[in-house]
Design a protein around this ligand. Sequence first.
Ligand code: RFL
Length: 392
Amino acid sequence: PRFPVVVIGAGPAGLALGNVLRAASIDCLVLETESRAFIEGRPRAGVIEEWAVRGLEERGLAENLLARAERHTACEFRLGGRRHRLPYQELTGRHHYVYPQPLLVTDLVREYADVRGGAIRFEVRDVRLHGLDTAGPAVSYTDEDGERHLVRADFVAGCDGARGVTRTVLPDWARISRHDYGVGWLALLAEAPPSADCVLFGVHPRGFAGHMPRSPDVTRYYLQCPPGDDPENWPQDRVWAELQERLAVDDRPPLTEGRLIEKRVLDLHNHVVEPMSFGRLFLAGDAAHLTAPIAAKGMNLALHDAFLLADALIAYLADGDTAGLDGYSDACLRRVWDYQEFSQWLSDVYHGASSGDPYRAGTTRARLRRLFDSPRAAGAFAEQYLGDSSPV
Ligand code: RFL
């Protein structure tokens, strides 16, 4: 068999790409190692930027999201027992959407496979890429019955996330820049209603704590911990005691507690692959750039890449226009580096107070004071937190 585009990975990047290609009547095959039920239930992101939602809407992919997503208009820093609310919508006229990643993935799979008739194989194994530096690349894989297949393609889209295969076949000259924050986060999902109407950032000498509403019954929390820490060191009681302490303020009741349904340790690190293409292979999303969830940017970048790559592939396959493909990597990396820089800035704000270094703690306090006291500084923060609003 032959497909103009083979997409490796059915996350937000691969599925958004497949949907746009199908809408332009371009055949593609999506290959995914996990089962459909697994990817539809995998909890991760929640915060989507307004331009990304508009981008999904313009491509007919945001119907459920617009009906069900919450709109967030502010965030709140908590430190020294006091609350500092940052009303980013007032400052910029823009807001965030909160729509859990499993719901978005469910919508995108259904639209791609069941509505637009796109081909997709779940539970594939041993995906290998061939002839990427030729005009006729191919992908081979083993299906769920153990049968091996070879699929020829014009292009391969590497959308297989931070632990996929496509990044590993890049040539030596590809540059991978890495940044390790030296910090761990215990990522938690609690069966508990949110304790505030917005995201809370607790900046505390014991470490950062975050509160991210996901739905009326589920809240994501983060607790800074040593990198490589064992989640078993964090029984339910210890988790809630730390969250209560790090997010405590004088004029609000304690957090509403609940059963923890996810508990994993993330060692915060980022990496960026440059360029994001090699021959007939184009990387998109976490496969090209991992962004620790510090500033809630990863899924947004994945969608940005997918929109640009889809437009570029359509221009080439329909009209022979190579400009989009030629400029793809640079166009994506502009936003990637912008978001990387903001994540690094925000990491300093979150982790300075607990770094054990009084100098870093002091500069962090100064940064936060500036944010709270200067509407201009707050506006600049809001612009970056909400993301580059250029349409895609
Ligand atoms: P994904 O979602 O990882 O999808 C890749 C898919 O490829 C499959 N795969 C393979 N398929 C075929 N062959 C192989 N060899 C394969 N290897 C892997 C995988 O099974 C998977 O289905 O990558 P994509 O599409 O690039 O999307 C990226 C986002 O998922 C990621 O950036 C976000 O989840 C990051 N992130 C957040 N981003 C935001 O924009 N806002 C947030 O609020 C936010 N919160 C988060 C997050 C990530 C988190 N974790 C778990 C790191 C919160 C957390 C806790």
